[in-house]
Design a binder for this molecule. Structure first.
Ligand SMILES: [Mn+2]
Length: 361
């Protein structure tokens, strides 16, 4: 943890700051270990101070390392209480400019900070900690491997239950049960089980719809292990589907293979995206691939680096990204195939073991 805080401090000079205020819970967790949902971490040139409320006194004592812990137990709202601690706690000392996470500080908190410390100079930042988190250490990679293995095993157990009559929510519940039974803490996001025409919705979370014969089902599922996620998508057919959907499946599968092949150290994320996207476009379905190719995996399911047209980030060994092209035809159905890829010194490793070939149940 101290090494992570030290890495953040090394960014201070470039950012023109002397202190950094961390509000995003996953960034707080990565920097000092706290897994609760509310807290404030102030990193100064020399010290680190973690402030949270009375509900978390014991948890913070147990979990936090590398920072001094202060808890408050008054009736104030969180922003008011944080400001009061920063202002009146004599052990908390800082001077000079304060960097903050522009996407995670409320306007109210920002205004109070400005009013209370008018001479500090507040500096907006974006993605400072998120970029430090892109390359995973061994502990993080092992956690992701476990999460991926649990999701592989869970889908394998549930596929035999896919029959006409069961609902999408029923299947999602079975996967949730398998995830936890196999050692996960919980799902890593609201599971997507989208059948028939609903499979054309890239984010069709499971509904009460019953599975029918001769249609596609997209499962986009994942779990958390030690806080780290898996995120896998498979599209399977129940019975036979029409030749257009069958053809789309092969196009998406080949696009994914090209994306995976391109995801090597030194490659820019936008070029990895293009490797898959150009193939889909050449097959005539470019307008139906409506999202980026993938994203990093970390304490947030959608982490940096983003693998999309705009991302110039260069892949490095230790990054873990998803590769998940999709084609969605409104009213008919859609196909997405997603795997989790570890970038290695020599290329990459696909962490998922679930087969990708077209599957007819
Ligand atoms: Mn994903």
């Amino acid at each position: 943890m101290e090494q992570r805080i030290a890495a953040l401090r090394r960014r201070f000079r470039t950012l023109g700051i002397a202190n950094f205020l961390v509000k995003r819970p996953s960034n707080i967790r990565w920097l000092c270990g706290f897994t609760g949902s509310s807290g404030l971490l102030l990193i100064t040139g020399r010290n680190a101070y973690f402030i949270t409320d009375g509900r978390y006194t014991n948890q913070a004592k147990e979990e936090v390392s590398g920072a001094l812990v202060y808890t408050y137990s008054n009736g104030l709202n969180a922003a008011d209480a944080f400001i009061r601690e920063l202002k009146s706690n004599r052990e908390i000392r800082f001077r000079g400019r304060i960097g903050f996470e522009a996407s995670f500080l409320t306007v109210d908190f920002y205004r109070q900070l400005k009013r209370t410390f008018p001479n500090s100079g507040l500096v907006e930042t974006q993605n400072v900690v998120e970029e430090l988190m892109m390359v995973k250490d061994e502990y993080e990679i092992n956690a992701i491997r476990r999460a991926v293995a649990i999701t592989d095993k869970s889908l394998e157990s549930v596929l035999p239950m896919v029959k006409p009559g069961i609902t999408e929510l029923g299947l999602a519940a079975e996967i949730t049960y398998q995830h936890v039974k196999n050692g996960a803490e919980k799902n890593s996001f609201e599971l997507i089980v989208a059948s028939g025409p609903r499979s054309s919705m890239p984010h069709g979370v499971a509904s009460k719809r019953k599975i029918h014969r001769n249609e596609l089902i997209t499962f986009d599922i994942g779990c958390l292990y030690n806080g780290y996620p898996s995120d896998m998508t498979r599209t399977v057919a129940v019975g036979k589907v029409n030749s257009k959907l069958r053809n789309i499946y092969d196009i998406v599968l080949e696009a994914q293979a090209r994306g995976i092949e391109a995801a090597v150290p030194g490659a820019r994320c936008c070029d990895v995206d293009a490797a898959a996207r150009n193939f889909i476009a050449a097959a005539g379905f470019g307008q139906y691939f409506v999202h980026g190719l993938g994203h990093g995996l970390g304490l947030e399911v959608h982490s940096r680096p983003m693998v999309n047209k705009a991302s110039k980030t260069v892949l490095k060994p230790g990054m873990v990204v998803t590769i998940e092209p999709g084609v969605y035809i409104d009213g008919m159905g859609g196909v997405r195939i997603e795997d989790d890829i570890l970038i290695t010194e020599n290329g990459n490793e696909v962490l998922n073991r679930t087969p990708r070939e077209f599957m007819e149940l």
